[in-house]
Design a binder for this molecule. Structure first.
Ligand SMILES: Cc1cc2nc3c(=O)[nH]c(=O)nc-3n(C[C@H](O)[C@H](O)[C@H](O)COP(=O)(O)OP(=O)(O)OC[C@H]3O[C@@H](n4cnc5c(N)ncnc54)[C@H](O)[C@@H]3O)c2cc1C
Length: 528
């Protein structure tokens, strides 16, 4: 993995890519941008480790510059900007890579006894500072779970699999494939994120409705805490009090380290159908999305891109919105479902020719690979590794959810505030929106923004815009995050304002039981 870019070292942008990007930015924004060369880690000044692991742990604990730099943060714009500038004020003292439960117990015991903060680390794709060593917490050990990378058992009768937490998305799917199954959980970060990270952050897959959140697939979880092991019983459902799994899912590494989980798996889909419906108005399009989701057809994809995003990512004219609707099944033709969804969309004012409704009845013909839908798909899958890092450009996303009754006003309020702050902070600010997920009672809007800042001041300028986003989303009634998690970034101004205070007290009480010395991921979700 690259220590600064999104992805593998072999996929890092080159100096030539960056010169080209700088020229494009200079032309587009009318500014002079000079790219710094790709950083060399040998030039980084890392604070020396303040602790040494006991002898028994030394074989899997590392403190070389690569390990410490790679684990000094996640994958957010600010993490990548800092790493590119070799700015590592607070790297972990050590990075442990335990390969067995005994090794994990040993390293967690050492941290618990010694009072060293512990950051559980999956793929490090956190975009909310969830894996950044806490400031002011003293010594810190990151526990990387990448050696827990196996599918251990498949129960084909119940359609469930016992899977280790550190396995990355592609390796997980490759191990399930010979059995004809899939977990069918595909966050956009799928290549570089892990099962344990998904469970710890309550990640959202790219399917827009029905079973898409990791929550839906967890059957039971095994987790190591400083107070001992926590393992729930495998059950298809249970009404026995509050669910222990619900306590773990979304715990963001503050209660324990997830080592494995029984996950519900599915047959691989073979029937598919896709359509891209164009709307002259954004709000008419969102109304059609509401009608489709409330018809409970449960499309795999039901996404709307606003005119800005449909122009940029799907090649439309910048005035029309695009609704992408798609169905999948392992069992049944999806021709009737797509026809029903398209009819609802047309009734709501959408335009689509019949020949652009693509149905694959199990032949494997590609659906959704052409036209605007195909363009959008390629731009969604092909995440840029960070070619523009440290070139003065500011860019980020924020995601939320809101009920349908408040949606139009919410969107108007968010746009007004964000456009104002973008105009104050940067030049040529742009804001766009799409829905990533939709529910019968409301959408999950995902806003993307960008603007030209000043080279060297990217992080402080980004913070001004982020403060406004946090403030307006929560004040207008939305959630501080729909699927990116809370981490350290959405506190204290956003998450702390939305959750009940007594809930935070209850969570602190649970944490005191499981982690009495408060070593696990301090500053995430709650203050210890
Ligand atoms: C380009 C990009 C696209 C993204 N797209 C999506 C998306 O579509 N949907 C989505 O939900 N998110 C998305 N994210 C955010 C991120 O990928 C998710 O939060 C993901 O679930 C994190 O998984 P990870 O393995 O990388 O975890 P990490 O980043 O390593 O950790 C995330 C959090 O989980 C904790 N943690 C990790 N492993 C464990 C464990 N075994 N036990 C206990 N705690 C643990 C960490 O301490 C941290 O608090 C995206 C991020 C990027 C950079």
């Amino acid at each position: 993995m690259s220590f600064w870019a999104w992805g593998l070292e072999s996929e890092e942008p080159t100096d030539a890519d960056r010169r080209q990007m700088a020229a494009e930015i200079s032309r587009r924004y009318g500014v002079e941008v000079t790219p710094k060369p790709i950083p060399d880690l040998a030039d980084a000044q890392l604070r020396p480790p303040r602790i040494s692991p006991p002898d028994g742990l030394a074989g899997f604990c590392f403190a070389d510059p690569y390990e410490r730099a790679r684990h000094a943060g996640g994958a957010h714009f600010t993490d990548r900007t800092r790493a590119f500038n070799l700015d590592f004020p607070n790297p972990p003292d050590f990075v442990a890579h335990p390969g067995t439960e005994a090794e994990l117990e040993a390293v967690l015991d050492w941290c618990h006894e010694g009072g060293h903060a512990v950051v559980p680390f999956g793929g490090g794709s956190s975009v909310v500072w969830g894996v950044s060593p806490p400031e002011d917490a003293g010594t810190c050990v990151t526990i990387a779970m990448d050696r827990f990378d196996q599918v251990l058992e498949v129960d084909e009768t119940s359609r469930a699999a016992r899977i280790q937490a550190g396995v990355y998305g592609p390796a997980l799917e490759a191990q399930l494939k010979p059995t004809g199954h899939t977990l069918r959980h595909f966050p956009q970060s799928f290549r570089f994120s892990t099962l344990g990270g998904w469970i710890a952050t309550r990640s959202g897959g790219h399917y827009a409705t029905n079973h898409t959140h990791i929550d839906d697939f967890v059957e039971s979880v095994r987790m190591l805490t400083p107070s001992g092991w926590w393992e729930s019983r495998r059950l298809p459902g249970s009404g026995a009090g509050p669910s222990p799994d619900r306590m773990v899912i979304g715990s963001e590494g503050i209660l324990g380290i997830i080592t494995e989980a029984w996950m519900r798996i599915q047959a691989r889909p073979t029937f598919r159908a896709t359509a891209g419906v164009v709307f002259d108005s954004w709000m008419a399009g969102t109304e059609a999305v509401r009608a489709i989701v409330q018809a409970k057809l449960w499309p795999a994809n039901l996404r709307i891109l606003d005119p800005q995003e449909a122009g940029r990512a799907a090649g439309l004219d910048g005035r029309q919105a695009l609704v992408i609707v798609a169905f999948e099944s392992a069992e049944l033709s999806q021709a009737a479902n797509i026809a029903a969804a398209v009819e609802i969309a047309r009734d709501g004012g959408g335009h689509i020719d019949d020949e652009n409704v693509v149905v694959d009845d199990g032949t494997g013909a590609p659906t959704g690979h052409e036209g605007p839908v195909g363009k959008w798909r390629s731009s969604f899958i092909g995440v840029d590794p960070g070619t523009a890092t440290s070139l003065g450009l500011l860019a980020d996303t924020f995601e939320t959810a809101i009920t349908w009754d408040r949606w139009p006003e919410f969107d108007a309020t968010v746009r007004e505030r964000m456009n104002a702050v973008l105009a104050e902070v940067c030049a040529n600010g742009e804001l766009s929106c799409r829905f990533t997920h939709v529910y019968p009672d409301g959408p999950a809007p995902y806003y993307t923004w960008s603007g030209m800042g000043r080279q060297g001041s990217e992080i402080s300028m980004w913070q001004e815009v982020k403060d406004a986003a946090n403030e307006v989303v929560v004040a207008a009634g939305g959630t501080s995050t729909h699927h990116h998690a809370v981490g350290r970034m959405h506190r204290p101004d956003a998450y702390d304002r939305q959750r009940p205070d007594l809930f935070a007290d209850s969570l602190r009480a649970v944490k005191r039981t499981l982690d009495p010395n408060g070593v696990l991921n301090p500053g995430v979700l709650i203050d210890p």
